[in-house]
Design a protein around this ligand. Structure first.
Ligand SMILES: [Ca+2]
Length: 333
């Protein structure tokens, strides 16, 4: 009887061991337990919640490297140095979307004249293939788990980016974006000094660009942001000032001659600008029949005459139409 009990216990223990070790990297197993905080609550949080949240800069936190098993290396991507330079010239971050592949980027992160190698291996969580975690190293030094991003977004960690917040200092920062939606994601911005990492800023929002002198341009802070359009510094209406840790309004757009690459409604008044959930172009045309002065054509030049208090500006086109542009940030609630 006792022998049978021992045999049963042994079989049970062995079964648990097999199930626990089956089919997953040890890294995923180790990380997914504590870090899986993907909930319905996160998914259904409203944009209002996000809008009222101020960016929360966090003082550089101390970083103690932890020993973690090396994840499996898949196919490294080519070193994108020219692409980084091109992005920086346009004051845009260089970005790599997370896939199952190891991300490798060569860049001098601490201005010591030596090229550094950043390796980032996304780690899938239990939420339908989204990435809940990642293992990130520069020159073999690992980003400590104490400051690594812990995904709170339903759709997980989505992007790695490189940017240079202040071109006069010795750092090029990199960030990891948690959540796909740019109006409600969290961006973790880090520095590497050659030996250790620090969390430079935890930003509530999606980074679109940077000035190089401590201004961060974010989604929703510009007259328009389109996924297919590169970031245009001329369209900035608000930015986050890293030095003063505050959002700043700017009227730098006023007086400029600009053009947009897609059609836009020119409204009679700023109160006519439609808000709310995104609409098809045909529906917008129908809704604005009585409230528009005309339609701004792609590439048609206009001068910005006045900046409104929201995401709108009064314009005058070169062929004499006057009215308001705006309503480019309609989002789902
Ligand atoms: Ca720098």
């Amino acid at each position: 009887m006792r022998k049978n009990l021992f045999a049963l216990l042994f079989i049970l223990a062995f079964s648990v061991f097999i199930m626990a070790g089956c089919g997953r990297l040890s890294v995923s197993d180790k990380e997914s337990g504590d870090d899986e905080i993907v909930t319905e609550e996160t998914e259904t949080s409203t944009s209002e919640d996000t809008k009222t949240e101020k960016p929360t800069p966090e003082a550089s936190e101390s970083a103690t490297p932890e020993a973690t098993p090396t994840p499996e290396i898949n196919s490294p991507t080519p070193t994108p140095i020219p692409e980084i330079r091109a992005a920086f010239r346009g004051h845009r971050p260089y970005q790599v979307d997370f896939t199952k592949d190891l991300i490798t980027v060569s860049h001098d992160f601490n201005a010591d004249g030596q090229m550094d190698t950043l390796e980032c291996q996304p780690v899938e969580g239990d939420n339908g293939g989204f990435f809940s975690d990642c293992t990130l190293r520069i020159n073999g030094v690992e980003l400590p788990k104490s400051i690594a991003p812990k995904s709170e977004a339903y759709d997980g960690l989505v992007t790695l980016g490189i940017l240079d917040i202040d071109t006069s200092d010795a750092y090029t920062e990199f960030f990891i974006q948690d959540g796909f939606l740019l109006d409600r994601c969290t961006t973790y911005i880090y520095r590497f000094d050659g030996k250790a990492f620090s969390l430079f800023l935890k930003y509530q929002g999606g980074i679109q660009g940077f000035s190089g002198d401590n201004r961060l341009y974010y989604w929703g802070g510009n007259l328009v942001e389109m996924p297919q359009e590169p970031f245009d510094e001329n369209l900035v209406l608000r930015y986050y000032d890293v030095t003063s840790k505050a959002e700043v309004e700017t009227d730098q757009i006023v007086g400029k001659t600009l053009s947009l690459k897609f059609e836009n409604i020119i409204y009679k008044t700023k109160d006519d600008i439609i808000q709310g959930a995104p609409m098809e172009w045909d529906q917008i045309l129908k809704e604005t029949e009585a409230t528009r002065v005309g339609i701004l054509k792609p590439g048609q030049e206009f001068v910005v005459v006045e900046k409104g208090e929201a995401d709108n500006v009064r314009i005058k086109t070169t062929d004499g139409l006057e009215g308001w542009l705006g309503g480019n940030h309609m989002v789902w609630d």
